[in-house]
Design a protein around this ligand. Structure first.
Ligand SMILES: [Zn+2]
Length: 446
């Protein structure tokens, strides 16, 4: 933070008058703060500033009565699955996946449906304060184009599975397709990181998992995997390999590389310790785990073991929205009800998980996750002039227990305003919704 007395600096965007939650460890909320953005970076932060006079060419955002904070990081999702929102609910996971979702994906996924579904997901995330998303799916060229169009920061990972998959009819090609995807998108944009996403230990062979890690390590890119989402998965892996899933992954070398474990619901204490020792981060996905009755991850134990933990929504077919504010409330309450301890998973801890925690999981903590001078300008403004957000004793509490994504007013990613006063600046959201409704009409016919 700079000296409040020194001369004003030139800035493209000035956000002023709000309560700043920098999410920097140990930094309390700062009243009447002003955040200066130049180009793609935060260049200054000043406390107790009077409203600056708008200088030529700069944009001034009055955040009086609002919260200024880092954009949220959705550390796991399948963005294009918005097209399946509400298609199949209230089913056992195996039936939901193998009888509903996989057949619907096989029939209806194409570069066109993935593009419009992903763009709708991006619009939904921007409108609810997410500025970075980690995505894993198929036809990922289309997802990459959609996140680029929307202006989000993203890790876009090509799905890898040892079954015929959308866009990869012969599973023997899955890593060839994945490697080509990485090589195509790596030089494309600073906002877009390509990668691989292995579906699970149950659906990928040892050779597939090791080859995916070889490629990921070669390019220093994270490799995502669904790990121990259900009890059945643990039983299946145990009977096939003689080891629990995390122990098996360690034996075949995957924990020595840049792996991100998603779900991590059915880990025993030894596996939690193992992931902590190996430095393998975890993405907590509470609403999907609740809705599919998969169980719940022992998040507070993981954090106490030193694991890095981020928060994700998963796809829209198992959530059924991409609102990380709701996800934060669920994460806090789910932990409390299972530990029978209201002190566990306090609001500040959950908010950290959805910002800096997610950035750490994705290896982006030096660029995003906090509001600090020199970091990328991924910033959101949350309107507090709402009945359900008054009064304000503790901003962390109001954000986690009272707010929803609909309270997000302004969204900036990499110094670019994507939403101002809840109006999209670069997306024709009516068109996007119309296109997805057309796709849904076809899906509905079966
Ligand atoms: Zn998932």
């Amino acid at each position: 933070m700079s000296d409040p007395g020194h001369h004003p600096i030139s800035a493209d965007i000035v956000i002023h008058g709000g309560i700043l939650l920098s999410m920097v460890e140990g930094q309390p909320p700062l009243d009447h703060a002003a955040v200066y953005v130049q180009g793609d970076k935060i260049v200054d932060i000043r406390p107790n500033m009077p409203a600056p006079r708008p200088s030529q060419g700069s944009c001034t955002i009055d955040a009086t009565g609002a919260i200024i904070m880092p954009g949220l990081v959705n550390a796991h999702g399948h963005t294009a699955m918005t097209i399946f929102r509400g298609l199949a609910d209230d089913l056992p996971l195996k039936q939901w996946l193998f009888e509903k979702i996989f057949p619907a994906e096989a029939k209806h996924l194409s570069p066109d449906t993935v593009y419009w579904g992903a763009l709708l997901g991006c619009a939904e995330m921007i409108a609810s304060g997410t500025t970075t998303v980690s995505d894993g799916y198929f036809f990922q060229d289309a997802t990459a184009l959609a996140v680029h169009k929307a202006g989000l920061r993203a890790l876009v990972a090509q799905g890898v599975i040892d079954f015929p998959a959308p866009g990869v009819p012969d599973p023997r090609d899955n890593l060839k397709v994945g490697k080509a995807f990485i090589e195509k998108w790596l030089p494309f944009s600073e906002l877009l990181t390509p990668g691989l996403f292995c579906h699970s230990v149950s659906t990928c062979s040892e050779k597939t998992l090791q080859s995916a890690m070889d490629i990921s390590s070669r390019y220093s890119l994270p490799l995502q995997i669904h790990l121990s989402e259900t009890d059945q998965e643990v039983t299946e892996v145990l009977s096939r390999t003689g080891q629990r899933p995390a122990v098996y992954l360690d034996r075949i070398g995957l924990l020595d590389g840049p792996l991100i474990a998603v779900h991590a619901v059915h880990l025993d204490d030894g596996e939690i310790q193992l992931l902590a020792e190996k430095g393998c981060p975890v993405v907590h996905v509470p609403e999907s785990n609740m809705k599919l009755a998969s169980g719940r991850a022992k998040v507070s134990r993981m954090m106490k073991s030193g694991l890095r933990v981020g928060l994700g929504t998963d796809g829209c077919a198992s959530n059924n929205n991409l609102d990380l504010f709701q996800e934060m409330g669920s994460a806090a309450k789910l932990c409390k009800v299972f530990t029978l301890n209201p002190v566990e998973m306090d609001a500040g801890t959950v908010l950290r998980m959805a910002t800096l925690g997610g950035a750490e999981v994705l290896g982006m903590e030096r660029e995003i996750g906090t509001i600090e001078i020199g970091k990328r300008a991924d910033i959101i403004v949350i309107d507090l002039e709402r009945p359900h957000l008054a009064p304000l004793y503790n901003p962390y509490s109001n954000l986690v227990y009272s707010a929803s994504g609909a309270d997000v007013r302004d969204v900036i990613v990499n110094g670019k305003i994507l939403m101002r006063n809840r109006i999209f600046q670069g997306l024709d959201v009516e068109e996007v919704m119309g296109r997805v409704r057309e796709i849904a009409r076809i899906i509905k016919k079966g």
